[in-house]
Write a protein that binds this ligand. Sequence first.
Ligand code: SAH
Ligand code: MG
Length: 217
Amino acid sequence: MIVNERIVSYIHSLEKDNSSILEAMAKYALNNDVPIIRKEVESFLRVLLLMKKPLKILELGTAIGYSAILMSECIPENGKIVTIENYEKRIPVARENIKNAGKEHMITLLEGDALELLPQIDESFDFIFMDAAKAQYINFLPHVMRLLNKDGVLLADNVLQEGELIESRYAVIKRNRTIHVRMREFLYQIKHMEELETSIIPIGDGMTLSVKKQICR
Ligand code: SAH
Ligand code: MG
């Protein structure tokens, strides 16, 4: 945990309940080891969406559709969400949840590896939520930049990797070391690109919030 545990529990204690479908999905996720956005990230996401009012959202990493359904509750009724998932076990569960939530008209689930699907997409988006393989963020980035409208918002989850990102490489296991190296590259790049203004926010597991700038100064 990046932030003091007591602070996080306190923040959680103030959160309101979600819709019953989301509450049931959160329980399923907990019991089946499905990673979903953290409680304190939910309201952050809701606030961002209510501010931005995106009509088109792209999500990388659907899992069981939790964040997609949550987002669909916060955008205009004519808004659309395209979400990508490559794990076969999770796809039917996500489809079922989207159907049960009555959101099939808003949410399109694309099956496959985001890295393969992204080049085939030829529509643009007002808001992109990156929450798939962390080691691929750096590779997703050029595609995401192509698909993101000016003034568009890019939000990426789990960028601080439980805080391990700043530990000595000897203190972390080899697999994570590679993820961390690539995540640090991503963070460096996203902070130094002329087209983006980015804030790294230590909420949840760490997030980056970027805006694609109209004017580059
Ligand atoms: N956004 C979801 C959680 C996503 S968890 C929520 O908050 O409810 C990350 C998901 O990304 C996993 O289900 C994983 O299978 C998927 N994933 C990882 N790499 C991917 C890739 N390259 N293409 C598509 N999906 C990927
Ligand atoms: Mg995540």
